[in-house]
Design a protein around this ligand. Structure first.
Ligand code: FAD
Ligand code: FES
Length: 495
């Protein structure tokens, strides 16, 4: 059976996922806690709740492994995305230490839950620059990382030919993120949890949501945890605080042999490298070239990444390449806790490029809060922290984003669908109607409305993933307009 995967060509998804073993929810299903989304966040949350004695049901819109977790690069680290110095400046030393501690504990939890199949290996990271003039700044970063409790030391021998200076941090890790999801699913089932696949859950809207439609039926619950990676809430505020970005990865066979470590440079956006697995010493994952969703040239980004890799390493073969989305919180911290609009709905999103650790940390924090415990950084991470604005004000603030994209379609040129080659798509006028049109690899033409079913953004063809992407909040539809992922709840309409 074909499953809708977010990154079908990712290194972990080649050959498909192991998902598809759980039923679709039909009829009325009652549970104490509904977890929506079976990525690392949802499955870890289910496990944490089961361990605290709750009755838990996980609903996954597609299959286990369909989401971003299996489109990631499986780095496990606790280095602040914004840099240690900036984090300390933003939140103070004590809270910055807590941020790091939460992610260090998440790595420990992943290690403890992994079996041999997950290929979990503790390795160091290297953070480096290709420019000698960055040394002073990197030395400050190294000191700040050590202040935060990371085992950071200056290195005079970064094991990359193109690195000019940098530092190392011990005790980080890599793993096989696809197999880890299978392992988590097994642990959830063993602990008495229920999992449904092909069970998309409706977005919560109520102040106290008692039930939601799910798959072919509905789910009734006391509490619901939304762990779908993107925002999926009635709160406009949340969407505004986590703009969507796209990141690119390639798996390459190299003539080089790099010591087993995680490598990051200090470019903006940065590039990252790791060995793919313990068994294949010559295959590496190389990533970077991020851009705001819908605001970059996807084909160019892939070409740039390949050029980056070829100019620094002895690339013998590109095995596969893919891209996926992440959500960058505007204040640098994820959104974890009670949803801004519902009393019994919990949210975990805005993980930037480090959601494997944040998603695991979120699971522990949300489970503890549901259980009535106070947790570290509860207010700082709360989705409610952005203050309350009148919905009309929020809508006005959203408008420029939507209008900007809408402009692309309103004065659109006529499109001749016959001129589209396989794999191409665009938005334009066909017979006087605004249309998103693409031709799939099998030569078939697909025409849909270009208006995103979430809040009216105008979708844009992504030739790399063969998807329609909405630049406003990162919703994604397949070539035929079926909702794959993100805030939209329904498919693109007929034009
Ligand atoms: C290219 C790339 C590389 C990355 N590399 C790393 C890395 O090396 N280390 C790191 O820490 N982080 C990394 N990240 C970030 C990390 O992958 C994500 O933050 C993390 O995987 C999010 O996990 P999740 O469980 O929250 O979401 P997902 O894994 O996306 O899972 C969410 C699930 O929810 C399901 N779903 C969606 N809508 C619904 C619905 N309505 N009903 C039911 N189910 C639904 C989806 O199908 C999906 O399976 C990377 C991100 C990108 C884009
Ligand atoms: S308008 Fe929100 S995802 Fe498209």
């Amino acid at each position: 059976m074909n499953h809708a995967l977010l990154a079908p060509s990712s290194y972990w998804n080649r050959g498909g996922t192991a998902g598809g073993r759980f039923p679709t929810l039909e009829g009325v299903h009652k549970t104490q806690i509904a977890v929506v989304g079976a990525g690392i966040t949802g499955l870890s949350t289910a496990l944490e709740l089961l361990q605290r004695g709750y009755q838990v049901t996980v609903c996954e819109a597609s299959v286990i492994g369909a989401g971003t977790t299996a489109g990631s690069t499986g780095h496990l680290d606790a280095v602040p995305e914004q840099g240690a110095r900036k984090l300390i400046k933003d939140v103070g030393l004590e809270d910055a230490r807590q941020v790091v501690d939460l992610r260090l504990k998440a790595i420990d939890a992943i290690e403890q839950r992994s079996d041999a199949n997950c290929d979990f290996v503790r390795i160091p990271t290297y953070q480096y620059s290709e420019r000698r003039r960055d040394e002073e700044s990197l030395r400050d970063d190294c000191d700040a990382a050590a202040d935060l409790g990371l085992a950071a030391t200056w290195s005079n021998s970064i094991p990359l030919e193109h690195a000019a200076c940098g530092f190392t941090i011990q005790g980080m890790a890599r793993f096989h993120c696809g197999r880890y999801l299978e392992r988590l699913a097994d642990l959830v089932v063993d602990a008495g949890g229920k999992i449904f696949e092909h069970t998309k859950v409706q977005c919560p809207t109520e102040k106290h949501e008692p039930e939601l439609s799910a798959g072919g039926g509905r789910i009734e619950f006391e509490q619901a945890v939304i762990a779908v990676h993107s925002g999926y809430t009635a709160s406009l505020r949340v969407y505004m605080m986590i703009p969507p970005y796209q990141s690119y990865v390639l798996a390459a066979r190299l003539g080089n042999r790099l010591p087993d470590a995680l490598y990051w440079d200090n470019d903006q956006p940065y590039h990252y490298i790791r060995r793919a697995s313990s068994s294949a010493e010559d295959i590496y994952l190389i990533g970077g070239c991020d851009h705001h969703t819908g605001a970059g040239d996807e084909r160019q980004a892939v070409a740039d990444l390949e050029q980056y890799a070829r100019s620094r390493f002895d690339v013998r073969e590109i095995i596969c390449s893919w891209s996926a989305e992440f959500f960058e919180p505007t204040d640098g911290l994820p959104l974890i806790g009670r949803d801004a609009t519902s009393e019994n709905v919990w949210l975990a999103t805005g993980f930037s490029g480090v959601g494997l650790t944040w998603g695991t940390a979120a699971a522990r924090l949300i489970a503890a809060q549901i259980h009535g415990s106070k947790t570290p950084l509860e207010e700082r991470l709360s989705p409610r922290r952005f203050g309350s604005k009148h919905p009309a004000t929020m809508a006005m603030e959203q408008l420029p984003g939507v209008a900007d994209y809408a402009e692309r379609v309103l004065p659109a040129d006529e499109v001749d669908p016959d001129s589209l080659a396989a794999g191409e798509g665009c938005v334009g006028m066909i017979d006087g109607v605004h249309t998103a049109v693409c031709r799939t690899a099998d030569g078939r033409l697909h025409r849909r409305s270009p208006i995103c079913t979430h809040m009216g953004g105008v979708v844009r063809w992504n030739p790399v993933e063969q998807t329609w992407d909405c630049p406003v909040h990162g919703g994604r539809f397949d070539a035929e307009g079926c909702r794959l992922y993100g805030p939209p709840e329904s498919d693109l309409e007929t034009p």
